[in-house]
Write a protein that binds this ligand. Structure first.
Ligand SMILES: *Cc1c(COP(=O)(O)O)cnc(C)c1O
Length: 439
């Protein structure tokens, strides 16, 4: 399987090369040259299968030229070593909890899968790779956790001093070992600038194998298609499913939803997708008007979705170039205010036996509810729950007027000592640190 850029469709490179590069030289995002369609017998037999079995089968067509079957099995077993839970509420509404991984958000799927694959490259080539990540918060924790103690890979995280939440900071800075956290005296844009400059620094690249792990990496996208199939498998096994389900996806950069579109193209029966956003509604607007107009992002209480120019939109377009259906016929957009979000958290808490939704998931749930009342459909609706509510207790507690209990493992993270290296925002300081770390 070869991979091409969403922009000029060239050059054709392998999965590992695309993963190493992250972004294509023409500024496009990597996609498989041809979407593999899995056999009908596979799709009709997924009922009751484990997540790792489904993940293995779905990853295989993309990776079979790079990894042996046994290695790929080991990769998925190690990457996805945490549960996924399906909460069935009444009215054919379900919530797929994707937040039981180490950093309590669905980004663990992408980060952990990619980390295991990078380790395979490092072992094959017998060389160390240094992954640079500029983060404004959530990605740093997921990447740090995913790559923790992975042989052959060093991670260098750059985050803006004083601009991430205390929990996010602890998740990035308490691990140690192969994870180095640089606390930059600046803003997120400074962190991003330093990383970009390092990639263009020939002298540095001669001595250190640098790579990136940001959210547009193809290795992070791929695993986000697996759990759509798992959700269907789970509903099939309880005999609840007769018609293809609808998925409601809380969205920001649209990687998660693109994962669902990929699963559908691979043959998974899906009736419809709901693109649920906060007031950063560029994609819902596009679905209504046909015009894609990126904007500056607006800050909201569902801050992981505060994206004004979603990078995966180019992948969505790519997937519909040669599809038998239009984007609009498969996706409906919904967008909600912070007020709506809070109201939904409260409604669900009161009406569904104290069930808590994080602000992102609440937006997805609200869209599912609206879709169901607007459309006379019997199909089941599955909302993807993207983060554990406890991560957003500062938002939720005032809404429900109650304290939320913090799980023990989170308390442990919060109690650990922060180990970070303070740095100014000048490139020379960063370069010096990188050379020191690799000496
Ligand atoms: C990243 C994130 C999202 C948005 O996902 P995209 O793939 O960027 O659309 C939603 N919710 C949470 C909690 C996130 O961390």
């Amino acid at each position: 399987m070869k991979f091409i850029s969403t922009r000029d469709h060239s050059p054709r490179i392998s999965f590992f090369e695309a993963m190493r590069k992250g972004l294509a030289p023409d500024g496009g995002l990597y996609m498989p040259e041809k979407i593999p369609v899995l056999s009908e017998s596979f799709w009709s037999s997924i009922s009751g299968k484990s997540f790792t079995e489904i993940a293995y089968q779905m990853a295989k067509p993309y990776l079979e030229e790079e990894l042996t079957d046994n290695t790929l099995r080991a990769v998925v077993e190690e990457a996805f070593n945490f549960p996924i839970q399906m909460r069935s509420l009444e009215n054919r509404q379900h919530v797929l909890e994707l937040f039981h991984g180490p950093t309590l958000a669905f980004k663990d799927f992408g980060a952990r899968f990619m980390a295991r694959l990078f380790s395979e490259i490092a072992q094959k080539k017998e060389e160390e790779v240094t992954i640079l990540v500029a983060t404004s918060g959530d990605t740093g924790g997921a990447v740090a956790n995913g790559f923790y103690k992975v042989p052959g890979v060093n991670v260098c995280l750059l985050y803006p001093k004083g601009k991430v939440s205390p929990l996010q900071e602890k998740q990035m800075t308490t691990l140690g070992e192969n994870i180095t956290a640089l606390e930059v005296d600046g803003v997120f844009d400074d962190c991003q600038r330093l990383v970009k400059k390092a990639f263009l620094d020939n002298e540095l690249n001669k001595n250190i194998q640098l790579s990136s792990a940001n959210s547009i990496n193809i290795a992070r996208l791929l695993p986000q298609s697996f759990y759509y199939a798992y959700a269907v498998a789970k509903l099939m096994s309880s005999d609840e499913l007769t018609d293809p389900p609808v998925f409601s996806v809380p969205s920001g950069n649209f990687g998660n939803l693109t994962g669902g579109l990929l699963a559908k193209r691979m043959g998974l029966p899906v009736k419809h997708f709901l693109a649920a956003t906060n007031v950063n509604d560029v994609v819902p607007n596009y679905l209504k008007s046909g015009d894609f107009e990126p904007k500056n992002s607006i800050q909201t209480i569902s801050n992981a979705m505060d994206v004004g120019n979603p990078s995966n939109f180019s992948r969505m377009r790519f997937l519909f170039q040669d599809a038998e259906y239009s984007m609009r016929s498969v996706i409906t957009g919904y967008s909600y205010s912070d007020e709506d979000t809070r109201q939904t958290i409260l409604d669900v808490y009161e009406k569904k036996g104290g069930y808590l939704l994080c602000p992102h998931t609440a937006i997805g749930y609200r869209a599912a509810d609206e879709y169901q009342s607007e459309n006379d459909v019997d199909n089941h609706i599955i909302t993807l729950a993207t983060a554990h509510p406890v991560k957003f207790r500062d938002v939720i507690e005032p809404v429900i007027g109650k304290k939320i209990e913090v799980p023990t493992r989170l308390n442990r993270t919060l109690k650990n000592d922060k180990k970070s290296i303070s740095m100014d925002r000048h490139y020379e300081s960063f370069k010096e640190k990188l050379i020191e770390l690799n000496a």
